[in-house]
Every structure is written in C-alpha cells, then in structure tokens.
Design a protein around this ligand. Structure first.
Ligand code: TTP
Ligand code: MN
Ligand code: MN
Ligand code: MN
Length: 366
C-alpha cells in the first residue's frame, strides 16, 4: 500500500480519538507503566505511557512487527511485548506483573480515593493485603479524604456515565447561574474528550468580572452544602501569582482556586437512570466531582489544561519548550525569545501561538 504518513513523537501533533484499535497492546503497556510507577522508575513508566499513546493514535490495529519500525517512542522492550502479543496473544512480563502480589495489592490500595503510591507502599510493607485489613487495623490513622474514600468506596470506584456527568453539569450550572448570571462554565476532563465513562466529573467555571472567580467557587460550595448534596469537600484556595513564569514540571498542580468533591446525585436527576442497578434502587449515588475556577483572562489556558489527556498535556508542554522555546502550563504561555507572555481568549489562540494545527477536544485522547 501507500507509505503511511509519518507519526509525530508529540501527542499534540497526533489526532487521537476514543477509538483505540490497539487496546490489546496499550492495556499491556499501561500495566507495565503502572508497575514501574509503583517502583518509582519514572523514566520507564513514561516510556511505556508514550508508547501506548502512539499506538492509540493509529487508524488500525497492528498486524505485524514490521509496522512498528516507522513509529516513534517504541523501545526494544515495547517492541518485544508487541511481538509476543502478536504471536501468543499475551506477553510474559505483563502476565508476571498481573499475578504479582505486590502489584495487585498496591493497585487495590491506590483504588481508594486519597491513597497514593506512597501510602499504599507503607501499608503493603506493614503486611496489610486487603481493604478489610486496613479498616480493622487500629494503628492506622486515615485522613479525612481517605475516610471518605472508604465510606463511598463502592460508589466512587464505579464508572460515571456521560448521562450522570451531564446531570451534574446541569446541577452545577444552575447553582452558578443562581449566584451570578455573568459566568462561563464547561464540562471538561475526559467527558469533554468524548469519553462515555469516567472516574469523576471535571467542571470549569469563572465570572466575567476578573477577580470574583474565587468568591464564586466559595458561594457554589456553600450552595451545594445548603442543597444537602455535599458529601465531601477538599477546598484549595488560589495561590495564583500573575508574575510567575510557567512551571517546568507538568505534574505540579495548578494554582487556581479549586475543590475536590464527593456529591450526591439523585437517580431522578438522570434521564437514563444511574449507572448501577443497586444504586438506582437506593435512589442516589455518590460521584467524585472536581471544580476549578480560574481568572477569566486565564480561562482558555485552564480549559486546555483540564481537558487533558494527561499525555496530551505533557506533550503540549514538551513541544512548546523543545520546539518553540516557550513555556506552557495551565496559567499561561511565555515566549522565552520575545521575553513576554502571550495572551489567549480561546484554545485555538494557544495552538496558533504554538504553530500547531488545532486539535478538537475529542482528538486529544492521547
Ligand atoms: P482527570 O479527571 O484525572 O482525568 P480525565 O478526566 O482525563 O479521566 P477520567 O475519566 O479518569 O476522569 O484529570 C483531568 C485533567 O485535569 C487532566 O488532564 C489533568 C488536569 N488537572 C490539572 O490540570 N490540574 C489539577 O490540579 C488537576 C487535579 C487536574
Ligand atoms: Mn476526569
Ligand atoms: Mn483519572
Ligand atoms: Mn478530575
């Protein structure tokens, strides 16, 4: 056939929809990436995340190892895994990780909201192997977030459907509207990228009046509490400093006012019903919701950052730095050559500044 177009090493130059024709390979890579993450081998972890991301962008499934020769970001180990899966339907290294007790236990522990790899590791080292063990252990002090993670474990470990996300967006939208009619609001995160299911609901909003955005978020939280639907709230005040240059590290959280919530969603709010027979009978379920409220002049940067995917964001920043001598993060874009910040009213403006073709949200599933 015709020679395939070259695939960019940058996820922000690959159009990646939710259709993944290489899920057998990317699932395998993600298991290995997670295992390396648990072992704090960040380089290898990122290498397998990048490899998975490249395969997600392909228009068809790989059918031979030769097809990988022209692809970027695939190292020897990744190619060996692909070869094994093509030949045997599975790969030895992946099977080994999946049956490993340490991996299984860390995976289980980190599935609790508020439990990161470090805490999981600590519990594993002290001999704990199940969630019941942890709850029964008198010597363990759970923080507020973890207590709520356990309390709502069944609900929040079940996927959130698009219909549930829409219902919550409507509820938050009405809450915002009741406080100020001058607001911008969007459902962001995975649902904005067209995913059918997610682990939480991410919503961004702001006031048209610059400087009032943090008050709006606080008023929204107060209203949710009054409505009786606020089950848990971790509020993070703004630490935003206008004069600071964009950060180099992607993993650092942004400085906008935000909150990590658990909200109560009534079955009656969702046209299709709740994404669970049991909870549908009970009449409600708990859902993880993230709200972020940036200043209006940073809305486009924050929207771009919160839309993800994480791999897409990582490569946008890497592309800006390596190819354009620019620094990008959720707050802004700085041109190191011109020594100035570049303003943007829309996501399109940011892609234009970077000299990148615009990618629609549903093409950012890298
Ligand atoms: P997530 O909600 O973690 O991921 P997701 O919506 O892509 O996938 P899922 O369906 O599993 O929920 O994060 C959404 C985006 O928000 C992600 O690209 C990272 C970004 N983000 C920030 O930029 N700053 C933050 O402080 C946080 C918490 C997230
Ligand atoms: Mn999300
Ligand atoms: Mn996630
Ligand atoms: Mn989120």
């Amino acid at each position: 056939g015709a020679p395939a177009a070259e695939v960019s090493q940058y996820a922000c130059q690959r159009r990646t929809t939710t259709d993944n024709y290489n899920v057998v390979f990317t699932d395998a890579f993600e298991v290995l990436a997670e295992c390396y993450e648990f072992n704090q081998m960040d380089g290898r972890c990122l290498a397998f995340r990048r490899a998975a991301s490249v395969l997600k962008s392909l228009p068809r499934g790989l059918s031979s190892l030769e097809e990988t020769h022209s692809l970027p970001c695939l190292g020897g180990h990744a190619k060996a895994i692909i070869g094994e899966i093509l030949q045997h339907g599975r790969a030895f290294d992946v099977e080994k990780v999946l049956s490993d007790e340490r991996y299984q236990t860390l995976k289980l522990f980190t599935s609790v909201y508020g439990v990161g790899p470090k805490t999981a590791e600590k519990w594993y080292r002290s001999g704990l192997r199940s969630l019941d063990h942890i709850l029964a252990d008198q010597s363990i002090q759970l923080n507020h977030m973890q207590q709520n993670g356990f309390l709502h474990y069944g609900d929040i470990s079940r996927a959130v459907s698009k219909a549930e996300a829409r219902a919550l967006t409507k509820a938050i939208g009405e809450t915002v509207q009741a406080i100020t009619p001058d607001a911008l609001l969007a459902l962001t995160g995975g649902f904005r990228r067209g995913k059918e299911f997610g682990h939480d609901v991410d919503i961004i909003f702001t006031t048209l009046e610059l400087g009032m955005e943090e008050n709006l978020l606080l008023a929204v939280i107060k209203s949710l509490e009054k409505q009786g639907i606020l089950l848990y709230c971790d509020y993070q005040a703004s630490t935003f400093d206008l004069t600071k240059l964009p950060t180099h590290s992607f993993e650092a959280m942004d400085h906008f006012a935000k909150c990590f919530l658990i909200l109560r969603l009534e079955a009656s709010q969702v046209e299709e019903g709740l994404n669970s027979p049991v909870e549908d009978i009970r009449g409600w379920r708990a859902v993880r919701v993230d709200l972020v409220s940036p200043p209006v002049d940073r809305y486009a940067f924050a929207l771009l950052g919160w839309t993800g995917s994480r791999q897409f964001e990582r490569d946008l920043r890497r592309f800006a730095r390596k190819e354009r001598r620019m620094l990008l993060d959720n707050h802004g874009l700085y041109d190191k050559t011109k020594e100035e910040f570049l303003a943007a009213g829309t996501e399109k403006d940011i892609f234009d500044h970077l000299g990148l073709e615009y990618m629609e949200p549903w093409q950012r599933n890298a």
